[in-house]
Write a protein that binds this ligand. Structure first.
Ligand SMILES: [Zn+2]
Ligand SMILES: [Zn+2]
Length: 248
């Protein structure tokens, strides 16, 4: 647990035990499968207060929470794991024409990424090098042989897949990463807002590995990248966006 979170109150969840306290309107708790209105998380506030469309109408009418509209919104406490589970379940709100459009978009991005990655491998033979190292501070991914750099790529972090929790976490919500490698991908989130694609605007959600590749493909498309590199770690993998690449 990081120090920044000490200000969070704790509660005992019947399901998850000792957990951080979050605040959510009771409508979202009763029916999480709807649009969640809340700020994006930041390092000091990973689980921002959230409310439904009905409660948001009260908020928009006043332009802020104040004494007159606060008591119109029934806020309940929720453990942070229950919050994340409910938020993840909210992705189920995509249906009908929106879901069809989303799936078509995913297919296009996925095909494009396969072509881009095939092109990169053809041009730079990425699998032939003895090792690779990435560095957040420099934002570089370096392929090398016996200590001699062969190929250097400029990277951004897209997100990571955890095989322990079967979840996808967007880099913009992963505050363990340096700011310089997790900022570009916010453009993908903006794109998600524009088209109302909740997979792109929800920080963390239940996913399979293929979903991680899909999000990587969307990021490569929106950010017009050269390709994506998967860097596995114990219990998952990071997905790195290759912005530029050249022989050393
Ligand atoms: Zn509500
Ligand atoms: Zn819980």
């Amino acid at each position: 647990m990081s120090e920044e979170l000490d200000e969070f109150d704790e509660l005992d969840c019947a399901q998850h035990g000792k957990a951080h306290t979050t605040y959510v309107c009771e409508h979202l708790i009763a029916e999480p499968v709807q649009k969640w209105h809340c700020d994006y998380p930041d390092a000091n506030n990973p689980w921002p207060d959230a409310w439904c469309a009905v409660c948001d109408a009260h908020y928009q009418a006043a332009g802020e929470w104040n004494e007159s509209n606060e008591n119109l919104v029934p806020i309940k406490l929720l453990c942070h794991s229950c919050y994340e589970d409910a938020r993840s379940a909210s992705l189920g709100r995509m249906n009908g024409a929106l879901l069809t459009k989303w799936n078509d978009f995913l297919d296009t991005c996925y095909e494009d990424l396969q072509k881009k990655n095939a092109q990169l491998n053809q041009e730079f033979d990425l699998g032939s090098h003895k090792r690779y190292d990435w560095d957040q501070a420099s934002g570089e991914l370096v392929f090398s042989n016996n200590g001699v750099a062969a190929v250097i790529a400029k990277i951004d972090f897209i997100g990571s897949y955890s095989s322990k929790t079967d979840t996808w976490l967007w880099a913009w919500a992963n505050f363990h990463l340096l700011v310089n490698v997790r900022t570009s991908v916010q453009a993908v989130r903006d794109f998600g807002e524009l088209h109302d694609y909740p997979c792109l605007t929800t920080p963390k959600w239940a996913a399979e590995k293929v979903n991680a590749w899909e999000m990587a493909a969307v990021a490569a498309s929106v950010l017009n990248a050269r390709g994506v590199y998967q860097s596995p770690f114990e219990g998952g993998a990071s997905f790195l966006l290759i912005r530029e690449i050249s022989s050393a």
